[in-house]
Design a protein around this ligand. Sequence first.
Ligand code: AMP
Length: 471
Amino acid sequence: MSFSHLGLSEKVLAAVAATGYKTPTPIQDQAIPHVLARRDVLGIAQTGTGKTAAFVLPMLTMLETGRARARMPRTLILEPTRELAAQVEESFIKYGANHNKLNVALIIGGVSFDDQDAKLMRGVDVLIATPGRLLDHNERGRLLLSGVELLVIDEADRMLDMGFIPDIERICKLVPFTRQTLFFTATMPPEIRRITEQFLSNPVRVEVSKPATTVATTAQFLARSGRDGFEKRDTLRRLIRSAEGMKNAIVFCNRKRDVATLHRSLLRHGFSVQALHGDMDQSARTAALEQFRKNEVTLLIASDVAARGLDIPDVSHIYNFDVPIHPDDYVHRIGRTGRAGRSGTAITIVAGSNDAKAVAAIEKLIGQTIPFMDKIPGTPAEPQHEPQHEPRHQQRHEPRQTARPPQRGRHEHQRRAQQPERRPQQPPSAPVARIEDARSRRVPQPVRQPMDDGDVSHLPAFLLRPVTVKA
Ligand code: AMP
């Protein structure tokens, strides 16, 4: 089936053809005709299903008639993060290549109010916004939502996670009652169901199968580590250094604070690395992402919120520095690799019994067990090996200067590294069924000779490339 039967305009069809897409995805196939028929749509779909085009393409078709008035946008798209908002804007640029007169404005936090204000003044056909900044403009009297004909609420369950639901409710009350609403969410927790019942009018429900199945082209492994931060960072470094076919990697942490700590640590260890988390200002986030996209840095350390839905093609490796708390996030994270039939590797560091429980939930969701790596090459570090405050002149050469630990000590480290719980002052934790189970389902891995930090001959040059980091 082609795009031509969906009712899209000639201009839109020409732009789609120019992108090379031949067949609509299931969400596009099912949602577009209803959107064009002005029905409310409840789309249950995740990022990666083509849902952005499912609303962008019919919106472009519908906006070919009519004109925008100053300060009164005709359509409004709400996104949970600035990056997602920017990506939707890119979709309008891509699919709206033949729509010369279309005005698209991005209203997101972290950038100047005045530029945004000037755009609003000119009249906007499509306003793409994060909720907080949108309400700020509205409260300043710079933006009237009474002309909105169509409202898109995207990634609603992520909005819930981020505490945006009260803002969404306020915005829904500011737009006309008669508007058309397109609502997208990956899951339907009770709070989201309540919102859909309150703000959608007789919606068509369109559900596409969740990509809870991880891509077959991605090899998935678990790597055992001690629980302390320095132990996990050491494990990660050894995993990166021993990675085969490494082109670039995203390392996910659960907390922004840990993104920053890990970023600093990897820089100190001479890796080519950037960070992406919600506390960075917009220009720093955009710059980090651009550097990573252009392969100017090899590693991107990211939090889930910052990385949600980012379209970064061709990532060779994913590392979960922390096991994600929500199993769905695992699927999202590792969905960044193994795209378009390319092979990818996703490795999750498992440190302690809570991690093992979280892994069990992930395995249940994806319907498969993830094998433990037999052995991670390299020698586990002692606490003092983390170069926390070494003088600046040592930073570039750090891997060369680490002394090879004595043989006896190294075996001791290896033995201890096999044990998930290492802190003697803590009571022994209860046996963890999943970890024990997992021992018997290890897959054979190519066994390498242990290497120590002093030997950098195995490090690809790009990992040692110095990078300049903005404060
Ligand atoms: P989304 O779920 O909107 O984030 O889209 C995920 C990816 O699928 C993006 O890189 C889109 O450019 C791509 N995409 C969207 N529609 C199609 C299609 N019909 N055929 C192939 N790829 C598509």
